[in-house]
Design a protein around this ligand. Sequence first.
Ligand SMILES: Cc1ncc(COP(=O)(O)O)c(C=O)c1O
Length: 391
Amino acid sequence: MKVAARAHVPPFAVMEILAAANARRAAGEHVLNLCAGEPSTGASDVVRQRAIDLLTAGDLGYTESLGAPGLRAAIATHYRGTHGVDVDPARVAVTTGSSGGFMLAFLAAFDVGDRVALARPGYPAYANILTALGCEVVDLPCGPEQRYQPTVAQLEALDRPVDGLVVASPANPTGTMIAPDELAALAAWCGEHGVRLVSDEIYHGITYPDASGETPATATAARYLRTGAVVVNSFSKYWAMTGWRLGWLVLPDDLVAPVDALAGNVALCPPALAQHAGVAAFSDAGMAAARANVERYAESRRLLLDRVPDLGWDPVAPADGAFYLYGNVASTSLDAVTYCARLLDEAGVALTPGTDFDPVGGRDWVRLSFASSPAVVAEAADRIVAWQGTL
Ligand SMILES: Cc1ncc(COP(=O)(O)O)c(C=O)c1O
């Protein structure tokens, strides 16, 4: 029987490594899992208690396709509190994780054959979903000289026009950020050229002070809805609610009705339990729990950056935000896939090969997630340094 050509998207290598790491764990090995981009803490107590109360009360029917009004209002209010931007709750679409948000945004914004530009390295699902939807992915190679982020100059230099641009700040796998003036320039350029800007802001809130003690400013594309920009965000990372499958879009006027219609047809609504409990993520206790997680990541990041000379990874991306260290392991003379397979096999540490994020240059890079506890990250660094010494 025929299988659609569109279904032939590459799987995430990280999922295979995760499965191998889990199998070793099940066999009793002490494996350190630093491959998944997943906080180890889980949802805050206040969110979990709210979910228990909701389950006990029992009424968890469908919500509106664009999400429960209370949650849409809470998300809109969050923009005033964190960015000083007024967002109309009518522009907020609650989605099944940011992954569900991407699917809806891409379906609503792009036609088959449309050209969408993406930074490389980058989160692989953007390219894979777009390809499955029949769009053409336009590669923007982004190296250290531009902090792994796309620039207006790069867009200007394209030989053919594009219909869309996807950016992420802080980015996965590099953790680098787009400065507020650069985001403003990208949004303005996109608005002028009829290019739909899609801004993945899933790692917002997870940022770290630089060497001078300044935390880099975080800009949201919610400021640029009038230029057609779309914001994608999620409860998965900052609020550590990965399995709850809860995210959101902030939409420009022209995409609200299309996303509403698509959302109703695709999934009826996002999970009701997660939505109603998710409101508690914005409570004082929910926000305090999220901030405490970021402090823990900051500690792990500090101790990891101190070990970079021992690790010999050169260069490493700046890791301004998110919870990843993306490092070049070319000095080991192993390609990243072999490096990760052998590291797991011989030292019990699971990392992700850079090829997941950059099919061209990623063979020299690995991504280490420091979202687990500082103790685990410290032990992983020890094991990696010792193992590299045996090569
Ligand atoms: C940059 C980025 N965007 C989106 C996602 C998808 O997350 P979720 O669907 O859980 O919101 C991830 C997950 O790792 C990510 O790293």
